[in-house]
Design a protein around this ligand. Structure first.
Ligand code: WTA
Length: 655
């Protein structure tokens, strides 16, 4: 994190529009002003008491906790340590007395197939799959990797793991075999759950085939559960592969939830950092679940009768907290969609909002920008009157995209909750409480009750003056925070705590706070890229490039992109002569393909430039800020006298 925070949204200084909560919305809101103020004050005056009150009120415990926060091994914090509970029972069983027949999951496949699964049916499905896992010897603490399409069985498998204390690790279905293999090996997974395929973007993604390619490199895996989704034929290894529908038919539909310690790991989710391989972010059971329930109410204002649609894939944290866990724990009806937003046309999301009477809709700025570009006529074709709240996540939302979302989707009636959070934080951290907060387009508002955020300078001193940029940090532990990096506690400390002597959790984002206390996130301060809202480590892409026989050296930076937020720009030094003309074009195609195969299509560089060398300091460090300026087409204002090879800049710019 040697670079200064990058201000990617300078224009926001001009943003003056404000949107108070509509009176009708505020009057019905779950959290109204008095309650919001009570929560804020309680959290300030009695921090642990505040969280204990929430944990007692919101979770069903098998054995109540007596300890709140254990900081004796800080920054490895523990919450509600001696309590026992089961996450899946808190998401499903608890609702049966009141809402057995309410839809838990509404599903729409990309080809248009529909399903409705009630809470009572969900319990049966989850219990059966939990017993199926057990029948193959999966037990508490074992890791299970999911490589699934966005179908209800993905959520069922996650919940089934939670039911028996197995630790799931979902790998996004768009990742390549190499990425899948690395994660399986790091987690030492005993089983993989996949499907014969899934529908995405009008094509079938052959998940089982990808799995087959790498599974022999993963000796820890003894079972691969295969869901039949597409009906495409798949290769079969009878010793290892079992069909979901066959094994679940052979086991009991009754699986009592296992009582687990509050700190029992619920899941690992691998995420990119600026250096090294992806990190297995480890989350807890009770603290994590508590945060998801609270934010469903505080931020999404969930009310009886809602249909909640979060468009994120279960392969990302958003699909964990606001697809697989939060909505069920809050007892709402969750809509899941398998496919892409433009299939068969750019009206798909809005048509689905109409068809399923979606009331709360949560998506990413990249989707909003892409749909906005398609024209206002698509949303105008559909009845969006059931919508009452909109949300955004993944990257800063530009005020223009915010305004379009507000006008054309929300018809000026729906507050927009711009939620800042991370894989590591587990839940929304800085976000509006929609019945209370006045909104400013482009700002994610103020920290939620019980979340102590701040902005600090390089020395770790709080930045008090308004609108001064700095590092966004969290100054006190919170229940849904990550617990560690899987099997690498040192990396946990080094990445998130060390820079300021373990005093704060370091988010890796730069931000400023305005005179009203509103936060404006300015993007990453490290070299992590945000492409279409997904986190990609430059290091992973560089390693993939360098693994190609013709590449000697590579550096990857982001450049601002209207649609995807950031686009990947690679600078490559080839072995031998610098490729030019048709040779360069062919190599570019080959390298893009190569990165797609090694990491996944989302990691393909948008542009590749070839040079004889990369701009480096005399100590050999690549000057990324210079590369960023070149990639963005900006003049290089950097003092290049410290470069070992200043002439290289002209070559980089010349192409
Ligand atoms: C960025 C996604 C601005 C930020 C939940 C963060 C945002 C990273 C916002 C985490 C937002 C997420 N405004 N930036 N509302 N939400 N970010 O782990 O840079 O995939 O650090 O989690 O996304 O990405 P992750």
């Amino acid at each position: 994190m040697s670079d200064q925070p990058r201000d990617t949204i300078e224009s926001l200084f001009q943003e003056k529009r404000i949107f108070p909560p509509p009176a009708g919305f505020a009057a019905q809101a779950q959290i109204q002003k008095a309650e919001y103020e009570r929560l804020m004050t309680l959290a300030q005056t009695d921090y642990e008491g505040f969280w204990a009150e929430q944990a007692r009120a919101e979770l069903q415990w098998v054995q109540p906790f007596t300890q709140i926060l254990n900081a004796s091994n800080a920054p490895h914090y523990q919450w509600f340590e001696d309590g026992l509970l089961n996450v899946s029972a808190n998401c499903i069983d608890r609702h049966l007395p009141e809402r057995a027949d309410q839809a838990a999951i509404l599903f729409e496949g990309e080809p248009g197939d529909l399903r409705r699964i009630t809470y009572a049916e969900l319990l049966v499905e989850v219990s059966r799959f939990a017993n199926a896992l057990r029948s193959r010897g999966i037990k508490k603490g074992d890791r299970v990797v999911l490589y699934m399409p966005m179908v209800p069985e993905a959520v069922i498998a996650m919940q089934a793991c939670a039911r028996i204390g197995a630790i799931h690790s979902v790998v996004f279905g768009g990742f390549s075999g190499d990425s899948l293999r690395d994660r399986i090996i790091d987690a030492e997974a005993a089983a993989v759950v996949t499907a014969d395929g899934g529908h995405r973007g009008g094509r079938v993604i052959e998940l089982k085939a990808v799995c087959d390619h790498i599974i022999d490199d993963c000796p820890s895996v003894h079972t691969v559960f295969v869901l039949k989704r597409t009906g495409h034929s798949v290769r079969w290894n009878p010793a290892r592969d079992v069909w979901w529908h066959e094994i679940t038919a052979q086991v009991s539909a009754d699986c009592p939830p296992l009582a687990l310690g509050a700190e029992h790991p619920l899941f690992l989710l691998y995420t990119s950092g600026s250096t090294g391989r992806p990190k297995g972010i480890q989350h807890s059971s009770a603290g994590y679940l508590l945060g998801t329930i609270l934010t469903m109410r505080w931020v999404f204002d969930i009310r009886p009768g809602d249909v909640f649609w979060c468009t994120a894939d279960v392969g990302w944290i958003t699909g964990h907290s606001y697809v697989a866990y939060g909505p069920l724990a809050a007892g709402t009806t969750l809509l899941m969609y398998e496919g892409a937003p433009m299939i068969p046309d750019p009206g798909r999301y809005w048509q689905m909002c109409e068809r399923h009477k979606v009331s709360v809709f949560y998506t990413a700025p990249t989707a909003i920008r892409a749909l906005k570009k398609q024209g206002d006529e698509y949303p105008a074709r559909y009845d969006l009157s059931a919508l009452r709240l909109l949300g955004s996540v993944g990257e800063p939302i530009n005020p223009e995209a915010w305004m379009w979302y507000h006008t054309h989707i929300g018809h000026d009636q729906c507050p927009i909750v711009d939620t800042w959070w991370q894989t590591e934080t587990g839940i929304h951290m800085i976000a509006p409480v929609p019945g209370v907060s006045t909104l400013k387009p482009g700002s994610c508002g103020r920290p939620l009750p019980g979340i102590m955020a701040d902005i600090v300078d390089n020395q770790g001193h709080p930045v008090c003056a308004p609108d001064q940029g700095g590092f966004l940090v969290i100054t006190r532990p919170w229940p849904s925070m990550l617990r560690t990096v899987w099997r690498n506690p040192q990396r946990y400390i080094d990445t998130y705590w060390k820079m300021f002597d373990n005093r704060y959790y370091i988010s890796g984002d730069g931000a400023r706070r305005d005179a009203d206390g509103y936060y404006w996130v300015m993007g990453r301060v490290d070299d992590v890229l945000k492409v279409s809202g997904h986190r990609l480590g430059t290091m992973e892409i560089e390693s993939a490039l360098v693994a190609h026989p013709r590449v000697a050296e590579a550096a990857v930076v982001g450049r601002p992109d209207e649609l995807t937020g950031e686009a990947i720009c690679a600078f490559v030094v080839a072995r031998g002569a610098r490729p030019v003309g048709p040779d360069a074009q062919a190599l570019t195609q080959e390298l893009r393909q190569w990165v797609g195969e090694h990491i996944g299509p989302i990691a393909k560089p948008a542009t590749i430039r070839y040079a004889d060398n990369l701009p480096k300091t005399r100590s050999g460090k690549i000057m990324r800020r210079v590369l960023r300026a070149v990639a963005a087409g900006h003049p290089v204002t950097e003092d290049t006298s410290t470069l070992e090879n200043p002439d290289i800049i002209r070559q980089l710019q010349g192409d």
